[in-house]
Write a protein that binds this ligand. Structure first.
Ligand SMILES: Nc1ncnc2c1ncn2[C@@H]1O[C@H](COP(=O)(O)OP(=O)(O)OP(=O)(O)O)[C@@H](O)[C@H]1O
Ligand SMILES: [Mg+2]
Length: 359
């Protein structure tokens, strides 16, 4: 049985058996709804949905919910049998606290009785997905932006950056902007998220954004109401290049990348910048890649960032699940070569062995 690879994001959990040049077989929302024990609607659930987010800004926060979600994925979704569990590889977000890594190992060996475990950082895995071991990943997901320079498979932690801006902030921004232009319509945030995924885009540059007068488009909401969407769709993309739009003092995404790399020893700058890898669902926004490259070309540094193209044999929308694909590539190496954690390792040393075995 192939190992299972799990990339548990703040919005989407990607899971499946390790088949490297394919999409994960399961891509499901991480958010769950809490049901009363007896399954009947409780007083609170009559008035509001009680949603639970097991993963917040990349890190597992609600362990009970995560256990239920993984149970569903592994036994119902992927067909593991109780008593005959297989091997599993998890993707770690940048700067995962040691305690979170240890608790995951504990959950896997003690509750799920897995036969082998491995975990590696998402940045390294996203590079593997495009056939690199050195480069810099810019992962714009739902709950965060992780910028991580990687040299020979090792994340340069001191130079890495976690920005707490992600798809969720862009959804909230769009909701706020659409609220201004459609004051009579009550918008549901999950509808706004879908609108964002359909319409959000990036202008060619900041001047084009300022001068833009674009035609309003109309969109019919599931309840039949019709809203108009104009420049707001560009405001969403612009916020990544001008975070002031979100009320933040941070630099734009390209400047953040260049600054992050500038703290690594200068002999590595060229290799890192010329192997910039964009990943995460938000980078699939229309026009994002072109705007990123355009701003990169204007950088004053001697070496400018240039983007790595995904290999042709990879699925077209690789950026949506690069970390998972890299995990599938790595799983084909670590498990057959016995580099993973076994139950015997776990019993002998305890959860802390994860820091020595998995990197
Ligand atoms: N075409 C699109 N335009 C803009 N945003 C998009 C598009 N497609 C997906 N997204 C956004 O991408 C985000 C999901 O990306 P991804 O799956 O990488 O996040 P995640 O792994 O769940 O979260 P994280 O890694 O931050 O914990 C969501 O916010 C989603 O709305
Ligand atoms: Mg992610």
């Amino acid at each position: 049985m192939e190992a299972v690879v799990v990339d548990a994001g703040s919005k989407l959990l990607k899971a499946g058996f390790a088949v490297p040049d394919q999409k994960p077989s399961m891509i499901i929302p991480t958010q769950m709804k809490r049901m009363p024990e007896d399954g009947s609607p409780s007083e609170t659930s009559m008035t509001e949905d009680i949603t639970v987010d097991p993963v917040v800004r990349g890190f597992i926060k609600d362990w009970d919910a995560m256990e239920d979600l993984l149970h569903h994925i592994l036994y119902n979704g992927l067909g593991w049998e109780i008593g005959n569990e297989g091997q599993i590889l998890f993707t770690d977000p940048l700067l995962t606290p040691k305690a979170v890594r240890e608790r995951l190992v504990q959950l896997m060996f003690e509750t799920f009785n897995v036969s082998g475990f491995y975990a590696t950082e998402q940045a390294v895995l996203s590079l593997y997905a495009v056939g690199r071991i050195s480069g810099c990943t810019v992962d714009i997901g739902h709950g965060k932006i992780d910028i991580a320079p990687v040299i020979e498979g090792a994340v340069q932690h001191i130079a890495s950056k976690r920005l707490e801006i992600g798809g969720i902030e862009l959804t909230n921004l769009l909701s706020q902007e659409l609220g201004k232009s459609n004051p009579l319509i009550k918008l549901d945030i999950s509808d706004v998220e879908k609108i964002k995924e359909m319409y959000a885009c990036c202008a060619e540059d900041d001047l084009a954004y300022e001068k833009m007068s674009c035609q309003d488009e109309t969109h019919t909401l599931p309840d039949g109401q019709v809203i108009t969407i104009g420049k707001e769709r560009y405001t969403v993309g612009e916020a990544l290049f001008q975070p002031a739009i979100l009320g933040l003092e941070a630099h734009g995404i390209v400047e953040q990348l260049v600054r992050s790399i500038s703290t690594v020893s200068s002999e590595n700058h060229r290799q890192l910048l010329e192997n910039t890898v964009l990943c995460g669902g938000t980078v699939s926004m229309d026009g994002f890649e072109d705007r990123f490259q355009k701003e990169a070309n204007l950088c004053s540094s001697a070496v400018r960032p240039s983007l790595v193209k995904a290999p042709e044999y990879m699925p077209e929308d690789l950026t949506m699940y690069s970390a998972w694909v890299g995990g599938a590539i790595l799983a084909k190496v670590v498990f057959p070569q016995n580099q993973h954690m076994t139950k015997a390792d776990y019993d002998e040393t305890g959860p802390s062995i994860v820091h020595r075995k998995c990197f």
